[in-house]
Design a protein around this ligand. Structure first.
Ligand SMILES: [Zn+2]
Length: 212
C-alpha cells in the first residue's frame, strides 16, 4: 500500500517546546513551536500506513489519514493537565490557520491558564507554600503577564559545579556528591578537606580489598 499523500497542519500558538512524539507508524516527530515574536508555528502531518500483526507471520496494513494522526497528536499534547486542559495546539482546517481559528485557540488557552491561576491562588491562600504551586501554574501566570506572590521560589537553588545536582546556595558541602564548595565554612564546622581525602582513600582501599 503506498503512503497516502494527504497532509494537514498541526498548529501551536504556545511557546512551549515539546519533546518529540513517537508512533510506530511514523517513528519520531518534532512538533514546531513559534519562535519569539511569531504568533504560531505549523507542523505538517502526513498520512501513514499502519501495520497490524495478526500472528502466524501475517500482517495487515491500514491507512491512517493525516487528519486522524494530527487530531491524535493534538489530543495528546493538550490533554494531560486536568479538566479543560489546553496547551495551544490544534489542527487547522486548511493549510494555514485562519484568524478565527487562532482567536479561538488563544481564547481557550487564556481560559485554561486563568483556571490554573485561580487554583494556584486558592492553594497559596491555604498553604502559603510555594512547593505546592506547580510549574504549569507559574508558567500560566507568566504568560498572562500576572504578578503573583507565589510566582517566585523564595529558596532558589544553584547547580553543584561537581555533580550538577540542584543544591541550596551557600552550602559548605554538596549533599549529593560530598564535594567541598566552601573550604573556609567547611573547616569551621569540622569538615576539613584533609579529613575528607583520608576518608576517600580509606574507601578506595576497601574497594581494592573487596576486588582482591
Ligand atoms: Zn555535588
Amino acid at each position: 500500500m503506498p503512503v497516502t499523500q494527504d497532509a494537514v497542519s498541526l498548529v501551536s500558538i504556545s511557546p512551549e517546546i515539546w519533546p518529540p512524539r513517537h508512533r510506530t507508524y511514523f517513528g519520531s516527530l518534532q512538533i514546531q513551536s513559534p519562535a519569539a515574536g511569531e504568533p504560531y508555528a505549523v507542523t505538517r502531518i502526513r498520512g501513514c500506513t499502519g501495520v497490524i500483526d495478526l500472528g502466524d507471520k501475517r500482517t495487515m496494513e491500514f491507512a491512517i489519514s493525516a487528519r486522524e494522526i494530527a487530531e491524535d497528536l493534538a489530543r495528546e499534547l493538550n490533554g494531560d493537565s486536568g479538566e479543560g486542559s489546553f496547551h495551544g495546539v490544534f489542527v487547522a482546517a486548511g493549510d494555514s490557520p485562519t484568524d478565527a481559528e487562532l482567536a479561538d485557540a488563544r481564547r481557550r488557552l487564556r481560559e485554561f491558564q486563568e483556571k490554573l491561576v485561580v487554583a494556584a491562588d486558592l492553594e497559596w491562600e491555604r498553604s502559603h507554600n510555594p512547593m505546592f504551586i506547580t510549574d504549569l501554574e507559574r508558567r500560566a501566570a507568566r504568560q498572562l503577564g500576572l504578578e503573583k506572590p507565589w510566582l517566585y521560589d523564595p529558596k532558589p537553588t544553584i547547580e553543584c559545579p561537581v555533580c550538577a545536582e540542584r543544591i541550596k546556595p551557600g552550602v559548605a558541602v554538596c549533599r549529593a556528591c560530598g564535594a567541598i564548595l566552601d573550604r573556609e565554612k567547611a573547616a569551621r564546622f569540622g569538615l576539613a578537606p584533609r579529613k575528607r581525602e583520608s576518608v576517600g582513600h580509606a574507601k578506595e582501599n576497601q574497594e581494592d580489598a573487596a576486588v582482591k
